[in-house]
Design a binder for this molecule. Structure first.
Ligand SMILES: NC(=O)c1ccc[n+]([C@@H]2O[C@H](COP(=O)([O-])OP(=O)(O)OC[C@H]3O[C@@H](n4cnc5c(N)ncnc54)[C@H](OP(=O)(O)O)[C@@H]3O)[C@@H](O)[C@H]2O)c1
Length: 287
């Protein structure tokens, strides 16, 4: 099985590259942004055709939630138009496409875990661009023969790029007092579990929109507190409401994804987030 990963230098893309390398018989290419800028349709077509992959794993994107509020056109250009370019290139090369999307496609008002078929209702510019990206990918592959998997995930951390875990550990170790929101609920998720699960879903022949995250639920404050405690640090962060925190982009208060369908396809449960975090932190400290 040959993969081409976009955004392969990023937090999630780098984990897909590692996961593929670790599987017998899997091969992977990860062109840099310079080699394949996803906003350049001809570069996408040329690079994907030359690689001739079985699947394109599309992780590249405009991923900054707050900056997207002041750059909505750029977020749309990269996420919607870039994703359409990647999907067209995959379809033209006879490859399947995995498009990585987000739990932020929902507005958080449902109050119970989101099914993949629930209606989307994005709150901010980033979320709107990701909904548009999903639609663009589906339109690009059409009703044709291109296998397509839209993977919704969220609250990612892992090796490869500075993330929420690094921020909490570094700032706490430096003696800074942290204020973390305590009224947004989701599922903290290790990138390794997403990458391995998606490769399993490809092998199992699953198609369509799927939810992929670790198990259990948390607020950002509970997640940060678990990081601080696991890191052997004493100063637990202060909990604040989203309103008091005042981030530029409005975020949904509840984006727990329902995992039953995915776990049914896999024949196993997703790893609980506390177990994933502790395994990840153990690996970091012994590296
Ligand atoms: N992080 C999360 O918690 C989270 C949650 C839900 C969904 N997601 C989704 O997961 C996917 C991966 O996110 P991530 O956290 O891994 O993001 P990331 O670490 O910011 O990585 C994004 C990658 O996209 C590349 N990129 C940006 N613009 C590009 C362009 N025009 N052409 C080619 N490459 C471009 C970046 O290149 P450079 O290396 O040059 O910067 C980087 O490698 C995204 O679709 C994101 O929306 C992430």
């Amino acid at each position: 099985m040959k993969l081409l990963v976009t955004g392969g230098a990023g937090l999630l893309g780098s984990e897909f590259v590692r996961a593929a390398h670790q599987r017998d018989g899997w091969d992977v290419e990860a062109p840099s942004r310079t080699e394949m800028d996803i906003t350049d349709a001809s570069a996408c077509a040329r690079v994907v055709a030359a690689a001739s992959p079985d699947w394109v794993i599309h992780c590249a994107g405009f991923t900054k939630v707050d900056p997207a509020e002041s750059e909505p056109d750029e977020a749309m250009r990269v996420n919607r138009d870039g994703s359409a370019n990647v999907a067209h290139a995959a379809a033209a090369a006879g490859a399947g496409i995995v498009h990585v999307s987000t739990d932020y496609v929902f507005d958080g008002r449902k109050g119970k875990p989101y099914l993949s078929e629930d209606p989307v209702s994005p709150l901010g510019a980033y979320a709107r661009s990701k909904v548009a990206a999903e639609e663009a990918v589906l339109a690009s592959v059409g009703a044709g023969r291109t296998p397509c998997l839209i993977v919704r995930t969220g609250w990612l951390y892992g090796h490869g790029r500075r993330d929420f875990v690094d921020l909490v550990l570094d700032r706490t170790a430096a003696g800074e007092s942290l204020r973390i929101v305590n009224d947004q609920w989701g599922r903290p998720t290790w990138t390794r579990n997403v990458a391995r699960t998606v490769l399993d879903l490809i092998e199992a022949g699953v198609r369509g929109v799927v939810n992929v995250s670790d198990g259990g639920t948390a607020t950002w404050h509970a997640f940060a507190t678990a990081i601080v405690e696991a890191g052997g640090l004493r100063d637990v962060p202060e909990g604040v409401s989203s309103r008091d925190y005042g981030a530029p982009a409005e975020r949904p208060l509840y984006t727990v994804l329902d995992l039953a369908a995915t776990e049914g396809e896999l024949g196993r449960e997703m790893m609980p987030w506390r177990e994933a975090l502790s395994t990840y932190l153990d690996e970091r400290s012994s590296a």
